[in-house]
Each structure stands twice: as C-alpha cells, then as structure tokens.
Design a protein around this ligand. Structure first.
Ligand SMILES: [Zn+2]
Length: 564
C-alpha cells in the first residue's frame, strides 16, 4: 500500500473525547472514527487489525473442531421470552418493532438463537457433541458508552456454543476451548492471565475470564504469588483464617450513647476506635427471608459471596421499614447482640475482633467491648468480603495475594442446562430417552482484543503492535521523495516485501513520516536516507528502538527474517 493513497488521517492533537489510551491512539492513528456515541467506523488500518485478530481466532477455532455459522443480528422477541431474558435484560437490550408491531431486539448475545437452532436440527446423541461459533456484530445499549472500542454500543464478538449429552463431554470441550483460547492469545503476542470469574447475567456454573494485563485495565485481578491462583475482584476467595481471638474483651459489654452517629466513619471517630474494631451489620432481604450479614468495619461485603453462601438468587439491602422492624431501631444502629428473628452470617474476620463495637439495636446507642462467642453467635462463619492485597490465597493457603489490573477479552462458561431446560432443547439418548442438552459458551471481544493490545503496549509516540496483529508489518520510508535513487531503492524493497508493506511516498519531511510511522505502530521501518551513499539502509524496530544498517541488496531479506 502506498501511504499517499492510504486513508489514514492521523491527528497531531489528542482528541478531547478519548479517556483511555487505546481510544486516543486509535483515533490519532486514523484507525477508527466515531459515528455516534459508542458506534465506530473502522478505517482501512483499523479494519486490517480486526481482520488479523479474526483470522487467528477462526484458524484456532476451526483447528479445535468448532464449526463456523452466521446468525442474524435482528432477533425475534419470542425466543428471548422463552428464557425470561426479554424481561431480565432491561434497558441494555436494543428493542425494536417491525411494521406489524412485532417485537425484535438487536442481539447482544446468542444463547437463545443457537439453542433454538440446535433443538430443531439435533435429535440424537449421535450428533453430539457439537460446537458452533460465529464472528458477528453485537449490540448493547450502554448507559454511558465510553473508552472507544472498550465499551461500545455496537461491537464485534466471536461467540461459540457447545452442546453435550453429559457433563464429562462438556468438561472435555471446556478444556479444549481453554487451550484454544490460550493459543489464540499467545499467537497474538498478548500478556494475559486466566482468572476465575463470577458468571454474572449469563449465569450457569463455572466460568473463567481471559484478562490482558495493562496498568490502566478496568478490572482488578487478584493472584497468588506462590501457586498462580488468579481471580477477578468479584470472585477472589480468601484463605481460611487460622486460630481464634486470643483473648476476649476484658470488661463486659457496655452501652454507649452515640447521638446521630450512624456510619462506621462517624462512630469510629466519635468513640475513638479503629474501623477494624467495628462490626458492620447489614440487613438484607432475600427470597428466603431477611438475613443479617456481619463484616469488619474496614472491610467491604461481597454480595456475590453472600448469595452463594445463602443459596439465593434475589438479594437486596433491606429498606428502612424492614430494618426498623427487625432491629427495633432506625437505620444505623443494627448489631448482632440480642438480634432476633433473622439468620446471622459472619465473615470470618469478624469472629476475631477482640474488643468490638457495634450497633445496640436502639436509637442513638452502640455497644462496646463486644466479643464473638460470648455476646453473639453467627449461624454460618465464612468468607463474605472482597479480597485485599496481601490476603491469604484460598487455594494453597500459604501464598499472599497481589493485585494487578487487566482488560477482559475472553470468557468461557459452563452453562449446564440453564438455557436448554427453559427452551426444552432435548436429544434422544442411546436408550431412546429424551434428555436435556448440556451447554457451554465461549466469547472473545474482537475489537476489545485489539484495544487491549494497545493498552498493554504503547509509548509516548504511539502504538507498539505485536507482530501478529499489526495493520502492516513494514513501513518503507524514503527520506526525500525528490531523490530518484532513494525512490528506486524504496520501490525495489516495497515490491520484494509484498502485501504487508507500506511505502511512504508522500512528499513530506522525514520527521513527519517517522512520527506517523511510530503513531500507527508499524513493527519495522526501513529508512532510506544518508546511508544510501554507502549502499546501506536503516532498519529500525518499533518495539526496542534498535537500529541496524544493512546493505541495500539484503534489506528485504533481513526484514522478512524480522517479521517471520
Ligand atoms: Zn496460592
């Protein structure tokens, strides 16, 4: 490609709307342009990156035995109503009506559609297992689309779904996909971690996320420095605490007047006690009744863990009326001592507080010198809070956890029968019995992966692409296009290198051309300038800045070796 012909409108200034590096650099490098909030056009360089990412995914998925299909983006409401997600999905679902007033949505994910396809086309265990995938545009009506390709309203995804006769077969395919994903991200040259994750809205059983590590990544990753355990903040476990409180509070429980002091901060300042001495008591309502959850004042409760401990689906903080009914006091004075009529669950750290402070279940009063076991008990003691830096690893129970940041680019799930049961997707087993299909699902954000690669690797001058997904591998830059000899050599090298090369034939100053080259992030530059007098050209690597002088005749061969 000749640079003079390439539609790559680079920008010198940082665009105001861009909050993250990848967004800023993709705009500046002329790879994307915004059409509307969260909706982008891919220019030639941006599309080449997407195509390379897609090609690697396609090759590896095919290699793994998955078959590519292409489902519509416009989806009838009826299928979504079968699983109940038409109601659950809320405002993020783009809903539309056709001229006959029939309801549709623009697909954010395709579990319902693929399950419908398979229940109609697969009858027998002989057709299983089956893994289908597609690379397609998805839609999500984000409240606040931002971060460019990171959180758009229209985005490209690879989504795959597998169907099985039994759990062992699902397990096998899940592992197959795990390995396939590792190969995909390895080939792309990305530094990533696989973390245990909360399944969120898609639901089902076990899931893992593939996170590209980046300093400004949107999510925290907790990992064990000893055994390699890694998990998202949402699902990071904490090792069991050893031992119990070494001594209980010396004096008996004392009631203290704390007028108007409700929050942990207010009470700890008022009573001059540390937040870690306080027992935070949170009242929740669930479909199985109200519960009180206890965490240390300086800890944050993890509602996902509480839900799991209780085995409930619905969990929300109780409103004032319920709290008053249960604690006989206004909000802000709840405590576990003499709390009746609710189940009490405690985070393990709470039971180790030696000289606790908590609400007295009485307006404007707190209790001091409270001790677990003596003054109150919990029905269940376990892990109920968000993990913190240096917490003990839940897996090896020896290492400590460190925190890093990352961007989710892939997610693999064992769905089980969550969708197939509701949609009556069945098959006939060897005994001609009708059985429910067991499912897995596996996603990769295609545009997100490209953006994550930039977040992971860039400098003040621009993007540093991994070789495998760079828009072009080589930029050939003659210092002065007026010099016929420079242009002749440039043309020769350009011809020899073929489709992965760009020839910067613009009548611009060399400085301008090199700035653009660094911004776009071509992994290799061939600079044809002063050294040509000695019959040499400069080969410069974007990643390391390393420069090599090579003979003109060997330049193409040398570059081919570098980009191999
Ligand atoms: Zn560990």
């Amino acid at each position: 490609m000749k640079m003079s012909r390439l539609l790559a409108p680079t920008l010198r200034e940082d665009p105001k709307e861009a909050e993250v590096v990848s967004h800023r650099l993709m705009l500046r490098a002329g790879m994307i342009r915004k059409l509307a909030a969260g909706i982008y056009t891919f220019l030639p360089l941006g599309l080449r990156v997407l195509s390379k990412v897609s090609a690697i995914i396609r090759e590896e998925m095919d290699q793994a035995g998955a078959q590519e299909v292409f489902m519509p983006a416009l989806l009838p409401a009826e299928l979504w109503q079968e699983t109940g997600r038409w109601g659950i999905y809320g405002k993020e679902l783009f809903r539309i009506k056709d001229r006959h007033d029939r309801e549709f949505c623009l697909g954010p994910t395709h579990e319902e559609i693929i399950t419908d396809l398979v229940r109609n086309q697969v009858r027998s265990y002989r057709q299983l297992p089956l893994t289908l995938y597609q690379i397609q545009t998805k839609f999500r009506d984000e409240v606040r689309p931002r971060f460019g390709l990171m959180r758009g309203r229209e985005f490209m995804m690879k989504d795959a779904y597998s169907f099985h006769a039994n759990d062992a077969s699902l397990e096998e395919e899940y592992r197959n996909m795990f390995k396939t994903y590792c190969r995909i991200f390895d080939r792309m040259g990305l530094n990533y971690k696989v973390v245990e994750a909360d399944s969120g809205a898609i639901g089902g059983g076990f899931s893992q996320e593939f996170m590209v590590l980046a300093d400004n990544g949107e999510e925290e990753i907790f990992y064990c420095e000893k055994c390699g355990y890694a998990a998202s903040r949402e699902s990071a476990g904490i090792g069991k605490y050893k031992g119990t409180a070494t001594s209980v509070a010396g004096s008996v429980v004392k009631e203290i007047h704390t007028p108007g002091q409700k929050t942990i901060e207010e009470v700890s300042a008022f009573l001059k006690v540390k937040p870690e001495q306080m027992i935070k008591t949170l009242i929740y309502e669930t479909e199985k009744g109200a519960v009180a959850a206890l965490v240390r004042g300086d800890h944050e409760i993890n509602e996902a863990k509480l839900k799991k401990m209780l085995g409930v689906e619905d969990l929300k903080l109780a409103d004032e009326k319920v709290i008053e009914k249960i604690t006989k006091a206004p909000v802000g004075f709840a405590g576990p001592v003499n709390l009746k009529g609710v189940r009490i669950l405690a985070d393990q750290a709470v039971t180790l507080i030696e000289d606790g402070v908590t609400g007295a279940n009485k307006k404007d009063h707190h209790l001091m010198h409270v001790a677990y076991g003596r003054d109150y008990k919990a029905e269940v003691v376990g892990d109920l809070r968000f993990a913190l830096h240096r917490d003990t690893c839940p897996k090896c129970e020896q290492g400590h956890m460190a925190v890093t940041r990352g961007i989710e680019v892939g997610h693999i799930f064992k769905l089980g029968t969550k969708y197939s049961e509701k949609m009556k997707a069945t098959y006939l087993d060897e005994g001609n019995q009708e059985k429910t299909l067991i499912m897995g699902c596996y996603g990769i954000g295609v545009g997100r992966t490209a953006a994550a690669a930039i977040e992971q690797s860039n400098d003040k001058d621009g993007i540093i692409w991994p070789m495998a997904i760079a828009p072009y591998l080589v930029d050939i830059v003659p210092a002065n296009t007026e010099e016929p000899e420079q242009m002749r050599v440039a043309q020769d090298i350009y011809k020899a290198l073929g489709r992965e090369a760009v020839l910067d034939d613009r009548p611009e100053r060399i400085g301008v051309k090199l700035k653009d080259a660094d911004l776009i992030g071509f992994p290799v530059k061939v600079i044809i300038g002063k050294a040509l007098k000695e019959g040499k050209v400069e080969i410069k690597l974007r990643k390391t800045g390393e420069v090599k002088l090579v003979e003109v005749g060997k330049a193409a061969e040398e570059v081919a070796k570098l980009v191999g």
